[in-house]
Write a new protein. Structure first.
Ligand code: FES
Length: 312
């Protein structure tokens, strides 16, 4: 795929840990268009990282806007991004949308932390189309939440800001209980997505009306340990160390695998488990499917057992 050659045209600190980047084409040519929910993958040290594109309305200037939260351990390319200065060049894929909105249908938008970025563009698209929506934005405290003021200014009463440290904290039961026939779009950390999904399922909301995107890679846990993966068709055994995914190790070993999001929310890499116990870190499978342990997303999930035998 041909990468876009981009320049950091503008940097705007939003909070102590979040900065907004406006990226423009280095050659001045027009950038490919995109729909709400789209992301680009930016080349960072040792890989690439997906960032959702932000648009507050049809009149937003040219270029791509993204926001990056600096992670304390520097994981996921955030340190690389936060060391960039205005005028620096970066390479990125053209926009791709794995999290589209259903045209013309009323929506409840739910964002946790930096997961607000695609949700902003969705709100703008719904507003421009005259489709009713409400937006719930949850975070630890207001000063840690990027765009809170911009959102209220732009979308007024459609926006509710929920801070864990005051009386406005998110009441997920109330949000799901009031959903009615509307679609629910969630972008946030895995815990929020899992909780909202379970509550929606319990409330009888059809799965087709719940749309999710995980805003970060399943983070490596300090307790992660190495495990083995046996390939059923060949008997080959690979060791998956902490900090590497099953897909990464298998591809380094010469296997050709199908994958897409690489963060556990698209389901493309789903693989049958013949034996062993997966440690599920995706937001694709239901609680029941996770408990059953018959399939797993090999881009993010690991193992609780010493070995997994996969149907590959
Ligand atoms: S590649 Fe998307 S869930 Fe694994």
């Amino acid at each position: 795929m041909t990468k876009l050659d981009l320049i950091v045209a503008k940097l705007r600190p939003l909070t102590e840990r979040i900065s907004e980047f406006t990226l423009r084409p280095a050659d001045g040519a027009a950038l490919p268009g995109w729909e709400a929910g789209a992301h680009i993958r930016v080349d960072v040290d040792g890989g690439d990282r997906a960032y959702s594109l932000i648009r507050f309305g049809p009149g937003d200037g040219g270029g791509y806007r993204i926001a990056v939260q600096r992670e304390d351990d520097g994981a996921g390319g955030s340190r690389f991004m936060h060391e960039l200065k205005e005028g620096d060049r970066i390479a990125a894929t053209p926009p791709k949308c794995d999290f589209p909105i259903v045209t013309g249908e009323a929506a409840v938008l739910l964002a946790g932390g930096i997961g607000i970025t695609p949700i902003i563009s969705m709100a703008a698209e719904l507003q421009a189309a005259g489709v009713p929506f409400e937006l719930h934005y949850a975070g630890r405290s207001r000063e840690l939440m990027g765009f809170a003021d911009d959102l209220s200014e732009r979308f007024g009463d459609a926006v509710a800001i929920h801070c864990d440290d005051d009386a406005s904290a998110l009441d997920l039961d109330a949000v799901i209980g009031a959903l009615g026939e509307r679609h629910l779009y969630i972008c946030g950390p895995r815990g929020m997505i899992d909780a909202a999904r379970s509550k929606a399922e319990a409330a009888g909301v059809p799965g087709a009306r719940v749309h999710v995107e995980l805003f970060d890679n399943a983070s490596a846990a300090a307790s992660d340990r190495a495990f083995e993966v046996e390939i059923a068709s060949s008997g080959e055994v690979f060791t998956i160390p902490p900090g590497k995914s099953i897909i990464e190790v298998l591809e380094e070993g010469g296997m050709d695998l199908i994958h897409d999001c690489q963060r556990g929310d698209c389901g493309i890499c789903q693989t049958d488990v013949i034996s062993g116990e997966p440690d599920h870190r995706d937001v694709v499978l239901s609680d029941a499917e996770k408990a059953e342990g018959k399939v797993m997303q090999i881009c993010v999930s690991r193992a609780k057992s010493a070995r997994l035998v996969l149907d590959l």
